[in-house]
Design a protein around this ligand. Structure first.
Ligand code: ATP
Ligand code: MG
Length: 580
């Protein structure tokens, strides 16, 4: 099926021309000049995200509109957020911590999390967010790899997940806890400490190359890696927020990602604040009614979410979402997994706007390839490289890198040099070095670029299926399967076959109201063969209640494969609820 192109403005329009000019003239040095910087050439993310706006007289603007789990609504203006961040920075330094110390956060989406992130950066220390839902072992191993000096958490999380091993982690000097007041021995109650601390703090004069953040990858393909990012990344956060998410000062913006992974920090804290928007923070997890109510009642203008969430909305049905008024929504974006063409058009139908897919990784620190506001959308494509980003499709063999022709599948690669590029994998120099070959950063993802310059995701290099001489990207097969009315989600893996090398096996989760049956299976296989041809269509279809996913919502094909082949499951520290 050929999906219709979603046309934006006339290509000769002012917006399109402006973009052409911006693309032609854009340079990272120029982008840096749009930020304040610190005296003497310094740069600090927290200064650009909050203090700069307060100094410019925008302190009263709401920075965070927070909804607690029980529906409390609290507005935090920029001036208050700046004071809270300063208080947190003071608490750290009062406990003897110095610039360079490593602060980990294990908190839900509560206001103190944002103060902790910004306060840590302000104090010249390194911030690492962790998912509050992680179990004790993933928390401990990440803090060990990251040599964490401080942990900010809640009393309850501490007791349940940290207390048992806390004394074994030599680097850990301070535990700050928030919550029920039952502060454990050797912990400091965060709220009283912050309330007693001064509300101003001289930002540490970090340089653009100083370490600011450590983010662990999602662990979709193996053991999570700790990617190191620097303060200079803020230049990319500022610019990509404008280009890829269409953020404008004063916008009401909602990023649904948890700060436990990179999207929730780069685009759930830094980019929106640097661009002086009002951001919605919802402490609760996904709930159709609540999400639609927030979008409607808060007049959200820009919404950044992920395919898993979009598929959950789709699963709940159009009718449910159609009772709401979404006229304020101006721009919808998605990241993290392939966004199926059907989902792009579903957005158009239900919200009156298509979803704009974009691509990046923990390692890239910021969005690299995107469907921007003025671009025509070809549903299923990730869009084009942003200004300042040079992307290519390459083949690498023994250190030689060859660029592919349009239409040819190869590895998605980027020319190093953008400001938010990772600077290291913690303690894994060899793994880091392997990413840079022949003047390119190799992403480990396979993609294709068409003649018009649009990029199309094919699959992760590890997930590619080689069947009877064909290279099959799981993404294409999964998109075709999802077109079936009964299918909510699909994952396709290759399993060994004596004659074909590999054959495709599909795992599908059904929409409510559908039950697995042989007839349904035959029907799905028929559709797949019709859409994809016998060589590419999966040989086998199996039904699952849900598919194994990481906490950041990514389908773990490697786990399906390991289980299928009876191999060890490998690192499953990021696995979310799993029912096979
Ligand atoms: P790990 O590196 O530990 O295996 P991960 O790669 O899933 O985990 P992240 O950095 O969170 O960790 O995710 C980046 C990856 O997500 C990309 O390399 C790509 O495979 C996938 N991805 C991100 N955006 C898109 C998109 N728009 N379309 C398709 N895939 C995407
Ligand atoms: Mg990865």
């Amino acid at each position: 099926m050929n999906w219709p192109t979603i046309r934006k403005d006339d290509p000769t329009s002012a917006a399109a021309n402006l973009t052409k000019t911006v693309r032609a003239q854009f340079g990272w040095d120029e982008a840096r000049k749009l930020l304040d910087g610190l005296p003497g050439g310094g740069l600090n993310i927290a200064h650009e995200a909050i203090d700069r706006h307060v100094a410019a007289g925008d302190g009263d603007q709401i920075a965070i509109r927070w909804f607690s789990k029980d529906g409390e609504r609290r507005d935090i203006p920029y001036s208050k957020l700046a004071a809270e961040a300063a208080r947190f920075a003071n608490v750290l330094s009062e406990h003897g911590l110095k610039p360079g110390a490593r602060v980990f956060a294990l908190l839900g989406r509560v206001p103190e999390l944002y103060a902790a992130a910004l306060g840590t950066l302000k104090a010249g220390m390194t911030f690492t967010p962790l998912f509050a839902a992680f179990g004790p072992e993933p928390i401990r191993s990440r803090m060990e790899i990251g040599e964490g000096n401080v942990l900010v958490t809640t009393d309850a999380l501490y007791r349940k997940k940290v207390a048992s091993w806390r004394n074994e982690l030599g680097s850990l000097k301070l535990v700050l806890t928030l919550g029920d007041g039952a502060v454990a021995e050797n912990c400091v109650a965060l709220r009283p400490a912050m309330d007693a601390a001064a509300h101003t703090f001289d930002t540490v004069k970090t340089t653009p190359d100083d370490m600011a953040l450590i983010h662990f990858t999602s662990g979709t393909t193996g053991k999570p890696k700790g990617a190191v990012h620097v303060h200079g990344a803020v230049v990319a956060h500022a610019a990509t927020g404008r280009f890829a998410l269409d953020l404008k000062p004063g916008d009401i913006y909602w990023c649904t990602a948890d700060p436990g992974w990179v999207t929730g920090t780069s685009y759930g804290i830094i980019a929106p604040l640097v661009n002086r928007v009002t951001m919605i923070v919802n402490e609760a997890e996904f709930d159709l009614e609540r999400w639609c109510t927030i979008l409607q009642d808060e007049g959200v203008q820009v919404w950044y979410t992920a395919p898993t969430a979009i598929r959950m909305l789709m699963r709940a049905g159009k009718a449910a979402a159609k009772n709401y008024d979404f006229t304020k929504l101006r721009f919808l974006a998605s990241v993290g997994e392939p966004l199926n063409p059907e989902a792009v058009l579903w957005g158009q139908d239900v919200f009156g706007r298509p979803f704009h897919d974009n691509w990046w990784q923990t390692e890239t620190g910021g969005i690299m390839i995107a469907n921007t506001a003025e671009m025509d959308i070809h549903p299923g494509s990730m869009g084009k490289p942003l200004p300042g980003v040079e992307a290519g499709i390459v083949h690498e063999q023994d250190g030689d890198v060859r660029e592919c022709k349009p239409g040819e599948i190869g590895e998605l690669a980027l020319r190093p040099g953008w400001p938010s590029m990772m600077r290291a994998y913690l303690n894994e120099q060899a793994r880091y070095d392997k990413c840079f070959v022949g003047g390119w950063y190799l992403s480990g993802d396979l993609a294709m670029q068409d003649k018009q310059g649009y990029f199309w995701f094919v699959g992760r290099a590890d997930d590619l299926i080689k069947s009877s001489g064909h290279l099959i990207g799981p993404c294409e097969v999964e998109s075709a399967l999802i077109e079936h009315d009964a299918i909510a989600e699909a994952a396709v893996i290759g399993i060994p076959d004596e004659t074909a090398g590999d054959v495709g096996k599909a795992y599908v989760a059904l929409d409510p109201g559908f039950e697995p049956s042989e007839t349904l299976e035959r029907q799905i296989r028929g559709l797949a063969r019709k859409r994809l041809g016998a060589a590419v269509a999966p040989r086998e279809i199996v039904f699952r209640k849900q598919l194994p996913k990481t906490r950041s919502g990514k389908i773990m094909r490697r786990l399906l494969k390991a289980r299928e082949l009876g191999l060890p499951e490998g690192d499953i520290s990021t696995l979310e609820a799993d029912e096979t």
